[in-house]
Design a protein around this ligand. Structure first.
Ligand code: NAP
Length: 248
């Protein structure tokens, strides 16, 4: 049976690597994006060129109407989901707490926390045996920042990822008896464009000396762990917070 996977923020970075690897493993992949349609279409084209199945779907995960429309479009086109990767996430520029605005915190939590909760809710409505589904797997993108706290850089981001950890633990227990596994990945310093979006394009190079493995990680190294958690090879793994951080 064809299995359908939705990856939020699948157009770039860790999300794009996850889409490409999951398609290689046989998933039919929905590549979600917020603004950059071309990047999402490029991922879809790459998957199709390799013989896989993919479609792109726009939705800002923090906008309920857009998320509902996306889940409905996927269901109508391909049927119910079997996997969700809550990958869409943002950072912001370096600042201390006493320099941050409420507007910044709201955006940080709307996208990084409420967006993941909203997509998980819609996925569970399709996957849960309680709702007539056949089960599935959800992987949330947390961060090593949830443990490290990111002081004097972006502790609002760290706090949002801490919320993702708690959300993962609770939801995993809530739906474990309904055929759904829920896990989180906590990446460390990974070489993607997210650092430039926070004004620090060289962040990985500048901080890699702090990593016991002495290097940053690649998006594909994180994708390998995500796709394993999605798969039946991880059939008894739920409620885990998996560090993919080179020991940091
Ligand atoms: P990235 O390269 O900046 O890519 C972010 C992706 O998320 C893009 O596809 C972007 O789409 C999408 N996105 C952003 N806001 C969105 C929204 N409101 N709705 C839907 N999609 C949205 O990021 P990344 O480094 O791959 O990070 C992926 C995840 O891993 C994030 O949750 C991040 O917090 C986490 N993480 C990353 C690192 C790291 O070092 N890179 C470390 C720890 C955790 P558009 O281009 O269309 O905006």
């Amino acid at each position: 049976m064809r299995k359908i996977l939705l990856v939020t923020g699948g157009s770039r970075g860790i999300g794009a690597a996850t889409c490409i690897l999951a398609a290689q493993k046989g998933w039919a992949v929905v590549v979600n994006y917020a603004a950059n349609a071309k990047a999402a279409d490029d991922v879809v084209a790459q998957i199709k060129a390799a013989g896989g199945e993919a479609m792109s779907a726009q939705a800002d995960v923090a906008q309920e109407d857009q998320v509902l429309a996306m889940f409905s479009k996927v269901h109508t086109t391909w049927g119910p989901l079997h996997g969700l990767v809550n990958n869409a996430g943002i950072v912001d520029v370096t600042a201390r707490l006493d320099e941050m605005s409420m507007a910044r915190w709201r955006r940080m939590f709307d996208i990084n926390v409420l967006g993941s909760m909203l997509c998980a809710r819609e996925a569970i409505r399709q996957m849960s045996t309680r709702h007539g589904g056949i089960g599935g797997s959800i992987v949330n993108l947390s961060s090593a920042a949830a443990r490290l706290g990111a002081p004097s850089q972006y502790l609002d981001y760290a706090a949002a990822k801490g919320a993702i950890d708690s959300f993962t633990l609770g939801l995993a227990k809530e739906v474990a008896g309904e055929g759904i596994r829920v896990n989180a990945i906590r990446p460390g310093l990974i070489d993607t464009e997210i650092h430039a979006s926070g004004g620090l394009p060289n962040r990985v190079k500048e901080l890699e000396h702090l990593v016991p493995a002495k290097r940053g990680g690649s998006a594909m190294e994180v994708a390998q762990a995500i796709v394993w958690l999605l798969s039946e090879d991880a059939s008894y793994t739920t409620m885990s917070l998996l560090d993919v951080s080179g020991g940091r």
